[in-house]
Design a protein around this ligand. Structure first.
Ligand code: KIV
Length: 271
């Protein structure tokens, strides 16, 4: 029996069962083959090809510029490195908001060409027709409420969302609606921990938090942030597990010194 056949793949059903069993769900982003392989081997339950690729891979200030073709490419790269985790890919800004036919077309491309197992889209009642259409086609949909970065120009800031009653009530009813529409899970980004707890206890699908406190059913972080590659980004919710920015710039500067000093390559490193 090959090693591969022993790996039990994570599915949307696994995540549902984990919520039921009160086992926390782990998710990280990845955008390339090498990282996806390490993240999968590290044991995360799900990998997100987030539109945050626009920020951390391409250097844009917002997530808006990334295209469906570009996210499909990143997804193809990740899929080749993953054996176990559930692969969820973001649908980018402009690929699902205008009408439900376009939303379905985008989701189908992401599944067929990208090889994702599910798609994630941002928003509540405003995009209900798109969610319904995609779910009805048999494509698992992860919702995303709270700070939805594709709406940054409407919000004006990246501050915590839903602190006021009216926005908190809308978020709560949107969460219930997403569950009714058939979403299999829901990302809650940058909202008060109490609200995330209330939502998580009120719906049967798993909530995955980022800056939403400890009572979500799971947690997600952007890989570059959690390994400390991205020094300029330090929100309160972020825990850095490494300082790779310092490690990598140190290694590069040592390499530069070694080459300049004709210390690299040495005899053993030459043919
Ligand atoms: O694009 C992304 O990385 C995300 C996560 C922050 C949830 O949407």
């Amino acid at each position: 029996m090959s090693v591969h056949s022993e790996i039990k793949k994570i599915t949307t059903e696994t995540l549902r069962k984990m919520k039921f069993d009160k086992e926390k769900i782990t998710m990280l982003t990845a955008y390339d083959y090498t990282t996806a392989k390490m993240v999968d081997e590290g044991g995360v339950d799900s990998i997100l090809i987030g539109d945050s690729a626009a920020n951390v891979m391409a250097g844009f200030e917002t997530t808006l510029p990334i295209t469906l073709d570009q996210l499909i490419y990143h997804t193809q790269c990740v899929v080749r490195g993953v054996e176990r985790a559930l692969i969820v890919a973001d649908l980018p800004f402009g690929s699902y908001q205008s009408n439900s036919e376009k939303a379905l077309e985008s989701a189908v491309r992401m599944m067929k060409e990208g090889g994702a197992h599910a798609v994630k889209i941002e928003g509540g009642i405003e995009i209900q027709k798109s969610i319904k259409k995609i779910v009805n086609a048999g494509i698992p949909v992860m919702g995303h409420l709270g700070l939805t970065p594709q709406s940054i120009y409407q919000f004006g800031t990246y501050k915590v969302r839903a602190k006021e009653d009216a926005e908190a009530e809308k978020l709560f009813s949107d969460a219930k609606l997403l569950e009714e529409l058939g979403c299999f899970a829901l990302v809650l980004e940058k909202i008060p921990a109490d609200l995330a707890k209330k939502v998580s206890e009120s719906i049967s699908i798993p909530t995955i938090g980022i800056g939403a406190g400890p009572d979500c059913d799971g947690q997600v972080l952007v890989y570059q942030d959690m390994v400390g590659m991205n020094q300029g980004f330090s929100p309160k919710f972020l825990r850095r597990y490494l300082d790779l920015y310092t490690e990598i710039t140190g290694a590069v500067s040592q390499y530069v010194k070694d080459v300049k000093a004709v210390d690299f390559p040495n005899k053993n490193e030459s043919y």
